[in-house]
Design a protein around this ligand. Structure first.
Ligand code: SAM
Ligand code: ASE
Length: 348
């Protein structure tokens, strides 16, 4: 089978050509999103011509027509070709995920990839050469802590929080229910950001109390811009490296371990081990690599992203098991969700 595939790639490198083009494909979606194409089509009473879209969004007609055609080629938009003027409309997927207004909108995820991740990835070669993040070259900042770069302005902090929030629209329920966590009365989501995953936990375990600890400025912004009606998630301000963590039966660390170097992860996990009672545990949430090193490609790409922007890496299950065991936790259980993020549970 593999030979068959590589045989046909040797005849004509379809996959390679698609990869070469990948950055332009991303940029087509990001630009359409930035220009408001998906919002306009969602709100329109029927299909629209390129001229109409261009006029509404104040762009050139020629440029808009090419952009709309590329989106049709990507099967994100639909077209009714006509002799006179072609008419464009959104697909259900675009309406659900790409338009701003929808409850499942990934608009914030695209904005962050476009405005922050894309410029950082210009320097991927340098990141690999130097083995460190590219915050200095990209943003003129080389702080002690990569979060000083992530949060270099209020606007950047809100954009990052929007990115973090949007992942759990897709994976939140699967993560909350990857294991039966109903035996944990008090759950604290460390570095829980906007509270999006904590809310999924609170929904899945209505008899547990769920709270979030994050940096003071993040907690303030979470309360101000990301709170929900009837929110039963409580926020604590603090620093999980420098301060004490609130007592809990279960600590959730979602996309925390992958941000930091090994020593910092170990000292944080040891602190949690010392703080939680016997029977208490930790739930790590990360995009897990395969033990064979053969994928998933998305997790391998995320690991490069951690090199380019942060100080950590993605790991296979054995990497998390070793960290958790070194910190004193045992009975490590791994649940692959088949989506972007997976869950790892261990107990004291
Ligand atoms: N857990 C959230 C999620 O997966 O959506 C957010 C993950 S984000 C990559 C890392 C989070 O850790 C951010 O919300 C950040 O503010 C927080 N953080 C970074 N350093 C921290 C510290 N020293 N103490 C507490 N929180 C911190
Ligand atoms: C982090 C997660 C991310 C720190 C920085 C980050 C993401 C982007 N920048 O913990 C989200 C996941 N990764 C990608 C490439 O989208």
């Amino acid at each position: 089978m593999a030979e068959h595939l590589s045989q046909s790639e040797l005849d004509y490198p379809f996959k390679l050509l698609e990869y070469f083009n990948g950055f332009r494909v991303s940029k087509v979606i990001f630009s359409a999103c930035e220009l408001g194409v998906f919002d306009l089509l969602l709100g329109a009473p029927g299909p629209l011509s390129a001229r109409h879209v261009a006029h509404e969004l104040r762009t050139s007609v020629d440029g808009m027509e090419r952009l709309l055609d590329a989106l049709v080629g990507m099967e994100v938009l639909e077209v009714e070709p006509a002799e006179g003027t072609a008419l464009y409309s959104s697909s259900d997927v675009a309406n659900l995920y790409l338009a701003r207004g929808s409850s499942k909108s990934l608009h914030h995820m695209m904005t962050y990839q476009n405005q922050t991740v894309y410029p950082l990835w210009t320097h991927l070669g340098d990141a690999v050469r130097e083995g460190r993040n590219q915050n200095e070259k990209t943003f003129g900042l080389q702080p002690e802590d990569p979060f000083q770069a992530v949060y270099r302005s209020d606007d950047e902090m809100l954009k990052f929080m929007g990115l973090m929030d949007s992942s759990w629209i897709l994976d939140g329920h699967d993560i909350a229910t990857a294991f039966d966590l109903s035996c944990f009365q008090k759950i604290v989501d460390l570095g829980g950001c906007t509270g999006a995953l904590a809310r999924e936990m609170a929904k899945a375990y209505p008899s547990s109390s769920v709270s979030v600890l994050d940096l003071p400025t993040v907690v303030d912004a979470a309360k101000k811009y990301f709170s929900r009606e009837n929110d039963d998630v409580v926020f604590h301000s603090g620093d999980f490296f420098l301060g004490d963590v609130p007592p809990a039966d279960l600590y959730v660390l979602a996309r925390i371990v992958h941000d930091w170097p090994e020593e910092k992860c170990l000292s944080l996990l040891r602190k949690l081990h010392d703080t939680c009672r016997p029977g208490g545990g930790v739930l790590l949430v990360e995009a897990m690599l395969l033990e064979t090193r053969r994928g998933p490609l998305m997790a391998q790409i995320f690991s490069l992203n951690m090199l380019v922007q942060m100080e950590g890496r993605e790991r296979p299950p054995s990497g998390y098991t070793r960290l958790l065991n070194d910190a004193g936790f045992h009975d490590v259980q791994v649940c692959r969700t088949g989506k972007s993020y997976d869950a790892i549970l261990a107990v004291r």
